[in-house]
Write a protein that binds this ligand. Sequence first.
Ligand SMILES: Cc1cc2nc3c(=O)[nH]c(=O)nc-3n(C[C@H](O)[C@H](O)[C@H](O)COP(=O)(O)OP(=O)(O)OC[C@H]3O[C@@H](n4cnc5c(N)ncnc54)[C@H](O)[C@@H]3O)c2cc1C
Length: 458
Amino acid sequence: MQAKQKKYDIVIIGGGIGGIMAAYALGKTQKVLLIEKGLPLQKRKCPLVSKRTQKCLGCSPCSIMQGMGGAGAFSDGKYVISTEYGGWLTSFMQDELVLSYINKADQILIKHGASQERYLPDDELKLICLQHDLHMQQAELKHLGTDENFSTMLNLIDNLGSKCEILTNTPVVDIDKDKNIVHYTHDGQTFSVKGDNIIIAVGRAGSSFLVDWCKKNGIKMSNNQVDIGVRVELPYLVWQHFSRRIYEPKIWYRSEGYGDVTRMFCFNERGSVVIENTNGVLTVNGHAYKGEDKKTQNSNFALLTTTKFTQPFNEPIEYARYVASLANKISGGSVLVQRFGDLVKGRRSNEHRMKDCTTIPTLKAVPGDLSLCMPKRQLDNIIETLYALDKVAPGTANHDTLLYGIECKYYSARPETEDDFMLKGTKNIYAIGDGAGFTRSLSHAAAHGLYVADVILK
Ligand SMILES: Cc1cc2nc3c(=O)[nH]c(=O)nc-3n(C[C@H](O)[C@H](O)[C@H](O)COP(=O)(O)OP(=O)(O)OC[C@H]3O[C@@H](n4cnc5c(N)ncnc54)[C@H](O)[C@@H]3O)c2cc1C
């Protein structure tokens, strides 16, 4: 290793919303360095999203998941102002404390251009769901839209530039646990810096880095859950009676067959389905713009079933990646799309059948058969839940409802920590956000960053 070493009060690894919020809070009084593996936000251009290619090229770094602004930079910008879902911080902190940090993060976003408008919980809709054995989660919710979310992030990062040093296109490759030295590469050269405090905020794209590092340094990790399923796309009119009132219906159902929980969430009104590349495996996701000119005729949502493993299996992320990569293989290096009617009839969708489809797909995926790659248990749960949802939003289980696969939400393994998220056996090395399995949303990751910043300041 080259001996060019600077010293900082705090080194933050990862420029997603968790790392950015921590840097924002700490940069006012401390000497802070933020190191991000991906590109500056303005330079993040996915060739697939900009339609310069029809197929994911597997760019490194991936501009969707990596770079300043993190995985949420091109997201729909839904900010959940609640502790009912969005992460597991309440296992470590009081509900009210988590909520107060979510609100603090919201104020920072508002200061940088985010709108103030909130959707409120709706008991009438919750009751309609309950009458059909469906459970709607309630929360205050903000919807920035992909455009406003992006410009808010841009303003925030701009402001951050005057408060701390930022390195982009710079992956951290190792951390010396005993000396608090961070090693990173830039332009083919390796450098190292010392941080009195280090915050690891590497997101889902960096979770394997964190797992490997923890293993090497004897820090125990735990994880036993994964969510696997599809992205559902249908005409926006079908769910408009919900989305007009609460924007995002988040509804879960317990299947009669297996007793598993399947959740509808990440709803994007009049949005588009997109491909996501996580370390070489292609999965699907969705987003929606606020600007009228970019709205489509379809809404989409994730429909994922939760699988909890018991001994001896303890590699849920690998399991999900395996299922998703099977869909990549079957589709010839892409993702699959299938009409619900074809799936139920036990036949593949093909180009010919897709021509008859009344729901026009917003993503060019390969027509195929999801039953060839999704395990029976998850597929049964998905089908049963679509029929259940059809009772509160008739049209959901139509023949031409599109299912894209595979979508998964991997929850990163969680490292063992002391009080206040300091990694066990370290001196002032903290792990936060999605990458460390504590959160799974923008608002919770943001709150986590602000909280750990306060811990350090104290
Ligand atoms: C398409 C999409 C849409 C989404 N929509 C929503 C939504 O509407 N609402 C919501 O609440 N959540 C949404 N999410 C989830 C949300 O984006 C995440 O919960 C949130 O970004 C987590 O923040 P984070 O800071 O923990 O990690 P991230 O945002 O993932 O940031 C981590 C950063 O660390 C960097 N990094 C990784 N490894 C290294 C390394 N070794 N060295 C240096 N840097 C590294 C990565 O490049 C990345 O930029 C969406 C996610 C995606 C992918």
